[in-house]
Ligand binder design. Structure first.
Ligand code: PEP
Ligand code: MN
Length: 266
């Protein structure tokens, strides 16, 4: 990607804001009330750019909460109608893309467990071609920059240019204080291949713990990342997925105030 897309959701918002993009919302949409309470709390912060929620959840083992599915899509329509926040969800199959777009979801993202699979990414690229929807691509779970780049290239070849990458850390066997090791060199390597690609950090899935959100987000800002995606829930301890890493909208507001922002000239 050598020239920025003409009408990019990400680059035009960044230019208008002059600050990193902020994406927040629950790991999973659980109930309409939980989604709306989170969205109202985030709207009150006044600086959130995009509301995220997982609808179809890729869980490691069967029997865990696997998301509310399409039933939750009207809840996100309500978020947008009542708070004005644009919405984003994870898609893993062409059917997810079709249903998300039929419900006016503004931005889609490809999750770490899908980025690892070139067949799945190609099917998504084909389904996304011509839709004009902005797409964020999380790194694959394993520390393989070529696979991450390959997914972005498949989308570009399908004519999808409104793209961003999300760094969510890499799975390691070695014991680590992180849920997924940040290995900060890898996203930097990706940027050498895609210099204009907006890069967003996901401290929630890197840290896996609330107390690591601030230092990880600060490191990302120090490295000049273009945005942060942070999971928020009105009652994090009782969340149906990723309970240990979610924070309330109010706590997110405190974290965002504690962060030190670099001067952005453009
Ligand atoms: C998520 O964002 O909730 C998620 C499942 O993330 P990842 O694909 O990074 O594991
Ligand atoms: Mn999650």
């Amino acid at each position: 990607m050598n020239t920025p897309a003409a009408a990019s959701f990400f680059t035009s918002r960044l230019a208008a804001k002059g600050q990193p993009l902020l994406i927040a919302g629950p790991c999973s949409a659980e109930t309409e009330e939980q989604v709306m309470t989170t969205a109202r709390g985030l709207q009150a912060l006044g600086n959130i750019d995009l509301f995220r929620a997982g609808i179809w959840k890729p869980r490691t083992r069967p029997g865990s909460f696997e998301g509310m599915g399409r039933e939750a899509l009207p809840w996100l329509q309500r978020v947008k109608a009542e708070t004005g926040l644009p919405t984003t969800i994870e898609v893993a199959t062409p059917r997810h893309v079709e249903e998300a777009l039929a419900h006016g979801i503004d931005v889609l993202w490809i999750g770490a467990r899908t980025t690892v699979n070139p067949f799945a990414v190609q099917e998504l690229a084909d389904a996304l071609a011509g839709t004009g929807v902005p797409v964020m691509v999380k790194n694959p779970v394993n520390p393989d920059v070529a696979l991450w780049a390959g997914a972005l290239e498949r989308l570009e070849r399908a004519g999808i240019t409104d793209l961003a990458a999300i760094h969510r850390g890499f799975s390691t066997f070695a014991p680590s204080r992180y849920r997924n090791a940040p290995t900060w060199m890898l996203p930097i390597e990706l940027k050498t291949r895609f210099p204009h690609l907006p890069l967003i950090c996901d401290p929630s899935h890197i840290g896996g713990r609330r107390d690591l959100l601030l230092p990880i987000a600060q490191k990302a800002l120090d490295l000049d990342y273009d945005g942060l995606m942070i999971e928020t829930h009105p009652d994090p301890d009782h969340a149906l997925s990723d309970a240990e890493q979610q924070v309330t909208p109010q706590r997110l507001g405190e974290i965002l105030t504690e962060l030190k922002y670099r001067y952005r000239s453009s």
